[in-house]
Design a protein. Structure first.
Length: 472
């Protein structure tokens, strides 16, 4: 309530409303319009699939090519191309929020009269509603409060269709290359803008088809007597925005709520839900959404909740063997006693993301885990330090011992508490203490844990790995 009051007071959108794209009409939608709503949702799902696949291929290509090495040059080039292509078009010259606001709005009599006066007074001044309000009406509009009935599209509408089509092609092409750059180019607002353009085009075409075929049985009931409220092109812009954003994000209920809050069109929840569900169904038939694809390309550990797995195995039985059928050797780091050379060889031979830390080879009980990137950083720094401090380096790769425990004091000598556990190797050689890199709380399951529970842990905890132990 307080937030709505503050927004109402400061009026951030400059339209006197608490929402950014207010829908100032409450015209009922006809039953036959369910067909174009479904078609618009299907187009949104297909476009979402095309965008996701194209954008993912472009991002993968950037990572492998030299383009990804120059992000600033990429942004500058895209900015220049966008400015050169978009400026000649009246609709692309507008900002996306302003364009969306004009697309979802419905033409009124005063817009048409302002246009008529503009065209009579000067040839250079042009209103952006000029094309949307240009209809060939049988009778002139008398007053500003007169009702606007449907009519055949005039030459201004035809020019608007071509310019909107060009704007649609340009925005579809640009968003494929701009999404994923080092500057926040946006994904939600461009998708809404593209959907609003496509929806407005679809709405104008549907309006003209309904006007020319009023004698059909499917149109006679709503459009036969009074064609005033038959088809509202602005509504199609709202539905198209919902469909195209749903085709990219694969959202349904939350998307309908967002679109209802952004536009204020609470009476159009059913058309929005129809288009959002259709876009999701069509998009899911060809692949996942943009966020799932980004998760996969980034290599994040993620298991979808809707996927189900059935296993009859235990965790110990599911451990993968080598291709030859022989058990794979365990890549473990002993708590105390390994040399720097042994750690380096282990990291190079087994490129895992994390390694378990055990007490000893005779007593392989897990006491923690250490990440590979931390070990690589330490090895790199120690190599640099060894090379600089000549002729007597502090640490020797072959005899210097790595300690993962905290039983040693700062001077490198065994403390009173860990005197018995400290090995002779730790006392006789120089020590590299890495106990601060060890995570003392690894996620461990026993070999008798069902695989359903293990998969559930991966899904809910977001783990990259889980250690399987037997008798501790």
């Amino acid at each position: 309530m307080i937030g709505a009051l503050v927004v109402r007071t400061i009026n951030p959108y400059g339209n006197g409303h608490e929402i950014q794209f207010p829908v100032e009409y409450n015209l009922p939608w006809a039953t036959f319009e369910v067909i174009p709503f479904i078609a618009l949702g299907a187009i949104g799902g297909l476009w979402g699939t095309l965008f996701i696949k194209s954008n993912m291929r472009w991002l993968k290509y950037k990572k492998k090519s030299r383009i990804g090495q120059y992000p600033r040059a990429e942004v500058i080039i895209l900015t220049l191309i966008t400015a050169i292509i978009c400026y000649p078009n009246l609709y692309l010259r507008l900002t996306m929020p302003e364009l969306i606001k004009r697309l979802v709005a419905q033409c009124h009599v005063d817009d048409h009269m302002d246009l008529w006066l503009d065209l009579r007074t000067t040839k250079k001044k042009m209103n952006y509603f000029v094309f949307f309000s240009d209809y060939d009406r049988d009778k002139p509009i008398g007053t500003a409060t007169a009702k606007l009935y449907a009519a055949l599209a005039g030459p201004g509408i035809h020019r608007a269709l071509w310019q909107l089509l060009w704007a649609l092609i340009v925005q579809i092409t640009l968003i494929i290359f701009t999404a994923g750059t080092k500057v926040p180019a946006g994904l939600i607002v461009p998708s809404i803008s593209i959907g609003a353009i496509a929806g407005r085009l679809f709405g104008i075409i549907t309006e003209q088809i309904a006007f020319r075929n009023q004698h059909l049985a499917i149109l006679r009931h709503e459009c036969g007597v009074s064609n005033e409220h038959c088809v509202t092109p602005g509504l199609y812009a709202v539905v198209g925005a919902c469909a195209f954003l749903g085709g990219v994000s694969r959202m349904t209920v939350s998307l309908v709520v967002i679109m209802s809050e952004v536009t204020g069109g609470l009476s159009y929840i059913v058309p929005l839900m129809i288009s959002a569900l259709t876009a999701k169904w069509v998009g899911d038939a060809f692949g996942d959404g943009i966020y799932e694809e980004n998760v996969k390309s980034s290599g994040y550990p993620y298991l979808e909740n809707r996927e189900s797995f059935r296993f009859d195995l235990k965790a110990g039985e599911a451990i993968r063997a080598s291709r030859t059928g022989e058990p794979m050797p365990l890549a473990c780091i002993t708590q105390d006693g390994m040399t720097i050379a042994q750690i380096d060889t282990l990291v190079r031979r087994y490129p895992h993301s994390i390694y378990p830390v055990i007490i000893s080879e005779d007593f392989p009980c897990i006491v923690g885990q250490v990440q590979r990137r931390d070990l690589l950083a330490v090895l790199k720094s120690r190599k640099t330090q060894t090379a600089l401090e000549q002729p007597k380096p502090i640490l020797n790769r072959k005899i210097s011992v790595v300690s993962m425990s905290n039983y040693l004091n700062k001077s490198g000598q065994p403390s009173n508490i860990g005197m018995r556990r400290a090995s002779l190797a730790l006392q006789a050689s120089r020590i590299l203490q890495l106990h601060k890199l060890v995570d003392r709380a690894p996620i461990i399951v026993t070999d008798q844990t069902p695989m359903e529970a293990v998969v559930d842990m991966f899904r809910k905890l977001g783990c990259r790995q889980i250690f399987v132990t037997k008798n501790g």
